[in-house]
Write a protein that binds this ligand. Structure first.
Ligand code: ZN
Ligand code: ZN
Length: 345
């Protein structure tokens, strides 16, 4: 008797993709087998696939933004049932390093990545603490945004917004469009900036208070105008550009906070006047990945409708077209490109 098999988009080396079949995973005692419905493509996947990230080991199966259904559970998993909709967190934190113990599990020093059971396949298998149950009526495309939205939730919390403040979001890809929505849950108003008209329209539809194309209008002058010369209380740079950080810093209000949310590659340096930070009492922060508390908050936002992620999906592609999807993300085509893997119709 042959065991049932599953598809995976196998990546033997950077830049190489092939569909491979392998036996379906058997969950261990504490593990959950998930049949994947949707997996979003993240710019991180594009960078990993290019081979430019030295920490990413090959061969591997990429994909870390998945929703799906419980297909099997190990003997020690008591709270999940077969067929239950879930989302998966693909990074297993060690739980015992200083980062984990000091409340920053997102910066875990000994994380385990799902090298051979990534989200671009029919199934994945993960420890039960990495599986987040969903309400039955949850939109599964929307739910597949848990991981990127969790990073955004963390980034916004670090900006410590107060109701009535104004935040500037620079870059309106799927990440920027989530930042502006989360900023609004904190009671802030949002200026949304991007060079692509379709993205500005999307920002307006999702509740941006002001949108601006810095190629057409001077952003600094616009910020002054809108804030009566005060500046923005917070800013998030959702584009990997040191120049944008330098240009945005002087737009902050006294006490302003700025989050360098996107990694910047190739490596670059900042030239900023430290007196701006000193006299303005500015706080310059970064944020990286997310902790379980951010994941749950992201799911709450998705499930209660406070953040609309479903409408960020611009393309649904079959699993075998992953190569095309990665290319589209690289070229900033559309918004969220999502692989549609196993969908019950
Ligand atoms: Zn991601
Ligand atoms: Zn750890």
């Amino acid at each position: 008797m042959t065991s049932p098999t599953m598809r995976q988009m196998w990546c033997e080396q950077p830049g190489q993709l092939e569909v491979r079949r392998r036996p379906i995973f058997e969950p261990g005692d504490n593990e959950v087998l998930v049949k994947i419905a949707y997996t979003g493509i993240c710019p991180w996947d594009v960078r990993a696939f290019s081979g430019k990230s030295s920490s990413v080991l090959f061969p591997r199966v990429l994909g870390h933004e998945s929703s799906g259904y419980v297909a099997a559970v190990g003997s020690k998993v008591k709270h999940l049932s077969i067929g239950q909709p879930v989302v998966a967190d693909f990074i297993v934190k060690c739980g015992s390093c200083l980062a984990c113990r000091r409340g920053r599990p997102n910066l875990c020093r000994r994380p385990t990545y799902q090298q051979f059971s990534g989200g671009y396949g029919d199934y994945t298998v993960l420890p039960q603490q990495n599986i987040y149950p969903l309400r039955p009526e949850t939109n599964m495309q929307a739910a597949a945004f848990m991981e990127p939205l969790a990073c955004v939730v963390r980034g916004q919390e670090l900006l410590r917004l107060q109701p009535g403040e104004i935040e500037l979001v620079v870059g309106l890809g799927p990440i920027g469009l989530m930042h502006m929505q989360v900023a609004r849950t904190h009671g802030a108003r949002v200026i949304a900036a991007d060079l692509i008209p379709a993205r500005l329209e999307k920002a307006t539809a999702l509740g941006a208070d002001w949108t601006i194309n810095p190629q057409e209008t001077d952003l600094g002058a616009f910020v002054k105008d809108v804030t009566d010369g005060w500046g923005v209380d917070a800013a998030v740079i959702a584009v990997g550009s040191a120049r944008l950080v330098e240009q945005t810093l002087p737009m902050l209000a006294p006490g302003g906070r700025l989050n360098i949310f996107a990694g910047i590659y190739p490596r670059d340096e900042l030239r900023i006047d430290p007196n701006l930070i000193h006299y303005g009492e500015y706080i310059l922060t970064g944020s990286s990945d997310s902790a379980p508390v951010n994941m749950q908050r992201a799911l709450d936002f998705i499930q209660n409708g406070q953040v609309d992620t479903a409408s960020l999906v611009s393309h649904l592609l079959p699993l075998e077209e992953l190569g095309r999807g990665l290319e589209m993300v690289k070229n900033a085509e559309g918004l969220k490109i999502m692989m549609q893997i196993n969908v019950e119709s």
